[in-house]
Design a protein around this ligand. Structure first.
Ligand code: SF4
Ligand code: SF4
Length: 353
């Protein structure tokens, strides 16, 4: 560890980390959210508002929904307007800074992709202001979800996208400082000490042990996946899975990299005002690619199942330089007929059974 690197790492005891989280909650600058167990005993986890650090479950494997919902909510009204006179459109921007505690690296990589989508296409003030005012406190995943293949997608660690990154070392957390904001949070709210050489090697050992627990993988990783889906445009696999697809959109609703939305306008019952809102949408549903003239550019389910996988494997990578699948495994669990898995798609397109 070089001298400049050593300053990036701190040690915080678990009781002191709990005090840090409670101080953040009490400080009221942030809406503090973190991973909690839902329906105790069922091992289902979700990001939710925290009232106390004792609610946190940082040993979780996977949350049902990714933390993207705090920057890009499932439904959001973003414009109001008047009827029967000048429309006077007024933007709606309701944000409170959010501190997200416990994001895994694969979800942080997905947020990095969303940052690009919402800033490089048409800069989106709602997303960008939420993101700018947020704090992300990540944690390395030492208990990978059984259907995750994050290791093969290179997302068990990230170099950026977090303010602080934790690694569970038993009695303590190793804390990596990612930004000045993260450093200031520690200075203001936490009691930490400088990490020693053996703390870093303990982290490396814990990470190596966790890496050995992944059961699923896409051999060859992101690049191999990308070139295989590109070559497989006319493969019969798309029609085969389309026959079983309900077009229910579950696979896309849980995906941390899905960013498509539908825009609608609603008129108030007084017929004097209305709102424009956006809602998460899915490329798997029947009318996703239907246009005003009635034409539907992806009328067949097979064109939609193919589009989803090309977007995950190739399109986002080509356009933004970040893969559209981070290997979390959520879609594999969410799909009732079990046809949404990128790992299975990769195997079948390669010709494996
Ligand atoms: S495609 Fe599936 S495995 Fe990949 S990021 Fe989306 S939900 Fe996770
Ligand atoms: S979850 Fe499965 S069935 Fe539902 S839209 Fe996705 S692929 Fe089709």
């Amino acid at each position: 560890m070089s001298k400049s690197e050593s300053g990036k790492f701190k040690i915080i005891t678990k009781p002191n980390f709990a005090k840090f989280v409670n101080a953040l909650i009490k400080g009221a600058k942030y809406r503090v959210v973190g991973v909690k167990e839902k329906d105790a005993g069922y091992k289902k986890y979700a990001f939710d508002d925290l009232e106390n650090a004792s609610e946190l479950r940082l040993d979780y494997d996977l949350t049902v929904l990714p933390p993207k919902k705090y920057f890009y909510p499932p439904k959001e009204s973003y414009l109001k307007f008047n009827l029967g006179g000048p429309a006077a459109p007024t933007p709606i921007l309701e944000t409170k800074p959010v501190a997200i505690i416990g994001a895994h690296p694969y979800d942080i990589r997905a947020i990095e992709l969303m940052d690009k989508v919402f800033s490089e296409t048409f800069p989106d003030p709602n997303y960008l202001s939420r993101k700018e005012n947020s704090a992300i406190i990540g944690i390395h995943c030492l208990n990978p979800y059984g259907k995750s293949f994050a290791k093969s997608m290179g997302t068990t660690t990230v170099e950026r996208g977090f303010d602080l990154m934790l690694t569970d070392l038993g009695a303590n957390y190793l804390v990596e400082i990612g930004t000045v904001k993260g450093e200031k949070l520690l200075e203001k709210y936490a009691t930490v000490k400088k990490a020693a050489e053996n703390d870093i090697s303990s982290k490396d050992k814990a990470m190596a042990k966790a890496a050995g627990k992944y059961k699923l993988s896409i051999d060859g990783g992101v690049k191999a996946f990308s070139s295989l889906v590109e070559k497989s445009y006319d493969h019969s696999y798309w029609a085969e899975i389309a026959e079983k697809c309900f077009a229910c959109s579950s696979c896309t609703m849980v995906c941390p990299t899905c960013v498509c939305f539908d825009v609608r306008e609603d008129v108030g019952i007084n017929l004097k005002e209305g709102t424009r809102s956006r809602n998460w949408d899915s490329c798997l549903v029947d009318d996703f690619a239907k246009v005003g003239t009635g034409e539907n550019f992806r009328e067949n389910k097979s064109s939609r199942t193919r589009h989803r996988m090309l977007r995950k494997g190739k399109y986002m990578l080509d356009r933004f330089g970040i893969q559209g699948c981070v290997g979390c495994g959520r879609c594999i669990t969410a799909c009732l007929p079990d046809i949404a898995s990128p790992v299975e798609a990769y195997k079948r397109l390669k010709g494996e059974k």
